[in-house]
Design a protein. Structure first.
Ligand SMILES: [Zn+2]
Length: 402
């Protein structure tokens, strides 16, 4: 667990009062949210280096503003009993919206990480045009927001995860090859969401936040890794020090379109032999002799029966993915790969093949073998990651919401 102990001078020359207040509020929030157990004001003062009276005043503001909950006082030997503090539940909430090739999902999550509303819409048998899809998703989001607002919760963030190249400046998805969307302005089609301005994000970038920070404001032990999102498409996100680094334009991480074989099949992106054509779900199912509408559990059943085509398909997918990951690791020096998405369902078969390729092709493998982990299967990690990303922004600027 990274230390949250950061000392700031209480009042430095040249530091304005609003800036100082913002900085101190952020420190107090970080101290309470990163703790494994509820903490007292005294403990927060000790961790932040702020005075007890400053901490008490700021904590009172945070309680009133819905950032922090106070629990019943603990009996103490001497002096005033300590009042434990923890992230607030059912107060400020974020809406996360996920556009997936096969489903849409709206989730609302509070500051304690509780999912307080959810709506799930399958995309099969639905027209794929942006107006229809985003209209449906917007309606699901509005129903979720109405549900939590009836319970007096306050939405403070809306983040939308999309499977493609996103341009926040123009509020657009530039290209989502697996949906056949290009230059789609999102806000116009999704409609008003509680008066909040939606922030757009790439699906793998957002899903990676569920690993870096499984609870809002609480860093996990893993802060440096490459997240691989494997579904029909394959994306990736490089996480350093708990933050996603997505490149100059935010377009990095397109692992699925790294070319594996120039003479390979034509990809949805127009190139040939992309990784997605070997290790994406549809490619994998096709190679195993199954329809692309089959579930990965069907593939798992054929693998358990030692079906030759299925075993060869997984061997090819794992080899391709392993080689691309080895090159990525050689380029970026990242020691841990986290495999998310639905390929996790066949990880027992896939991981040994990937690990073999990493041992063979990562230059530094003899000193430090790259670790490959899988995440607990969440059917909508992008929606969850969207809420975590949104709440991170809110927790970084608490004064804005008080
Ligand atoms: Zn491609």
């Amino acid at each position: 667990m990274p230390s949250t102990r950061v000392r700031y001078a209480h009042s430095r020359p040249g530091v304005s009062q609003p800036l100082l207040r913002q900085t101190n509020l952020r420190l107090v929030v970080a101290s309470i949210y990163a703790a494994d157990e509820p903490v007292s004001r005294a403990r927060v003062a000790q961790q932040t280096g702020l005075t007890r009276s400053t901490v008490s005043r700021l904590v009172d503001e945070l309680i009133t503003g819905g950032f922090v909950d106070e629990l019943d006082p603990l009996a103490a030997g001497r002096g005033r009993p300590a009042v434990p503090l923890r992230p607030a539940a059912h107060t400020l909430v974020a809406l996360g919206l996920e556009v997936n090739v096969e489903h849409l999902c709206a989730r609302v999550v509070d500051l304690s990480g509780n999912m307080v509303a959810e709506e799930w819409l399958p995309m099969r048998d639905v027209a794929r045009d942006p107006a229809t899809v985003l209209g449906m998703l917007g309606d699901a989001g509005r129903r979720c927001l109405a549900e939590v607002q009836e319970q007096n919760m306050r939405p403070v963030s809306v983040v939308i995860g999309l499977p493609g190249l996103v341009d926040r400046a123009s509020d657009s998805v530039l290209w989502a090859p697996n949906l056949d969307w290009s230059d789609v302005r999102i806000s116009d089609l999704i409609g008003d969401l509680g008066g909040l301005t939606p922030v757009l994000g790439n699906e793998a970038d957002l899903a990676a936040y569920t690993v870096a920070s499984p609870m809002p404001g609480k860093p996990s032990e893993l802060q440096d890794f490459l997240y691989v999102s494997s579904e029909v498409g394959i994306g990736a996100a490089l996480v350093r020090d708990g933050r996603v680094l997505s490149g100059e334009n935010g377009w990095g991480g397109e692992l699925g379109h790294i070319m594996v074989n120039p003479n390979g099949p034509v990809c949805v992106c127009g190139s040939t032999g992309c990784l997605e054509q070997y290790a994406g779900r549809h490619a994998l199912l096709r190679a195993a002799g199954l329809p692309t509408t089959a579930a990965l559990d069907d593939l798992l059943a054929t693998l358990d029966d030692r079906d030759k085509a299925a075993l060869a398909a997984v061997q090819q997918a794992g080899t391709s993915l392993g080689r691309v990951l080895a090159s990525t690791i050689n380029l970026l020096d990242v020691g841990t790969v986290v495999l998310g998405g639905d390929l996790v369902a066949i990880a027992d078969h896939l991981l040994p093949v990937i690990e073999h390729e990493l041992r063979a092709h990562v230059l530094t493998a003899r000193w430090r073998t790259p670790q490959v982990q899988t995440v607990w299967f969440d059917p909508a990690p992008v929606a969850t990651g969207a809420t975590i990303f949104g709440l991170r922004q809110v927790l970084a600027e608490p004064a804005r919401w008080l």
